[in-house]
Design a protein around this ligand. Structure first.
Ligand code: NAP
Ligand code: MG
Length: 403
């Protein structure tokens, strides 16, 4: 069988633990036998990040900037326990955070819909995609515990030497706590643009919710910047048949639960953090949630939304069989391939990616699935597939389809 030629390289970022094991299987069984492809490989495994003083993460991010498309395996974000476990030089930062800040991107999470894996919410029929603004608010806040009576104030000192602005926050009669947070117009604007671009690309409606009734200036600022960007893009949105809705965040939550899905829900940072976990769980399994980082200048990084599935890895190391869901990792590869094909104008690469996705979904619909899905499948299935067994069934189907 002749391999399909992928013209431009894809940046491949290897990772950790169980997902690293799965990654290798996907590459060997589902990608390399079918594609003639150049992979710019970066090993983001914990050990190699430590060996390179995390330089490899920065190099990988720069390679995505250069080539435009990357695919990433889940990686360990070290905490104190990991520093000990891997004998690390220091507690390196989250690779995802590093890549995100270099690409200045927005993360979109989209669940994979499979007929016999019904969502917890009966009305959901189409994906609910969450776009999370990944800069600022409480993630870049400053906090202060006050231990005695006094006045907390917010002070802005202009760089041009003009008059300071002082706002009283609260006059404390006793102990309490204060928080200061910020965002920038530039970041909010590129978030709104990224959401508009994604909605146009996927042809889905765009929703944005905030709490501007209470936070008239902070949340109001977000609402206004978003509205300006939507206004500037109104011809593109209209041409793609996309409606924009601004709602109070409470209303957005209620509407999302009642809706059939099929929209991009743009969320402020904290809302996106919390709601993406709610939506992922509602659609079934973390193993069905995909994630893509999109930069304002059109660079893409695809990955599974879940982590390295450490518990399964330790079972694997003990020699016990595992049943880890590889679907979101497979879809990271197909997402990257489809985007590569789109950017290179190679429809056969796009078609290969779509074919692989179809086969994965059909395999589950035919009753072959890992344990996490078996627990929620309707109708009930009698047994679950082990990690490699699932990938082997998909590989056999793919081989049959391609020859
Ligand atoms: P996790 O890897 O997402 O796994 C948490 C649990 O969710 C698993 O123990 C498993 O439940 C279930 N699960 C997740 N993915 C699954 C899959 N593909 N198939 C079957 N079950 C799945 O989160 P974690 O254990 O909290 O984190 C492990 C490491 O991942 C941490 O070091 C963390 O820093 C890292 N992490 C990386 C990323 C990333 O690179 N994007 C994201 C999140 C976390 P059961 O145990 O019940 O089977
Ligand atoms: Mg979260």
């Amino acid at each position: 069988m002749a391999k399909i030629k992928v013209i431009s390289p894809i940046v491949e970022m290897d990772g950790d633990e169980m997902t690293r094991i799965i990654w290798q299987m996907i590459k060997e069984k589902l990608i390399l036998p079918f594609l003639d492809i150049e992979l710019a490989y970066f090993d983001l495994g914990m050990k190699h990040r430590d060996d390179t003083d995390d330089r490899v993460t920065v190099d990988a991010a720069n390679a995505i900037k250069q080539h435009g498309v990357g695919v990433k395996c889940a990686t360990i974000t070290p905490n104190a326990a990991r520093v000990k476990e891997y004998n690390l030089k220091q507690q390196w930062k989250s690779p995802n955070g590093t890549i995100r800040s270099i690409l200045d991107g927005t993360v979109f999470r989209k669940p994979i819909i499979i007929r016999n894996i019904p969502p917890a919410v009966k009305s959901w029929q189409k994906p609910i995609i969450i776009g999370r603004h990944a800069y600022g608010d409480i993630y870049r806040n400053v906090e202060l515990v006050v231990d005695r009576p006094g006045v907390a104030e917010m002070v802005f000192t202009p760089a041009d030497g003009s008059e300071k602005k002082v706002v009283a926050i609260h006059e404390f009669k006793g102990p309490g706590v204060v928080m200061g947070m910020h965002n920038t117009e530039k970041s909010i604007r590129s978030f709104a643009q990224a959401c508009i671009n994604y909605a146009v690309g996927e042809k889905v409606d765009l929703w944005f919710g905030a709490k501007d009734t209470i936070s008239k200036q902070y949340h109001g600022f977000f609402r206004d910047v978003f509205a300006e960007e939507v206004e500037r893009a109104k011809d593109r949105l209209a041409a793609a048949g996309i409606n924009y809705r601004y709602m109070l965040i409470d209303d957005a939550v209620a509407q999302v639960i009642k809706s059939p899905g099929g929209m991009l829900w743009a969320c402020m940072n904290y809302d996106g953090d919390v709601m993406s976990d709610m939506v992922a769980t509602g659609f079934g399994s973390l193993g069905l949630m995909t994630s893509v980082l999109v930069s304002p200048d059109g660079k893409y990084e695809f990955e599974a939304a879940h982590g390295t599935v450490m518990r399964h890895y330790y079972e694997h190391l003990k020699g016990n069989p595992t049943s880890t869901n590889s679907i979101a990792s497979i879809f990271a590869w197909t997402g990257a391939l489809a985007k590569r094909g789109e950017l290179d104008t190679t429809p056969d690469v796009v078609a290969f990616a779509k074919k692989l996705e179809e086969i994965v979904v059909r395999t589950v619909e035919n009753g072959v699935m890992t344990k996490d899905l078996m627990l929620i499948a309707e109708p009930v299935v009698a047994k679950y597939a082990q990690t490699e067994e699932f990938i082997d069934v998909v590989a056999a189907e793919l081989t049959a389809a391609m020859s």
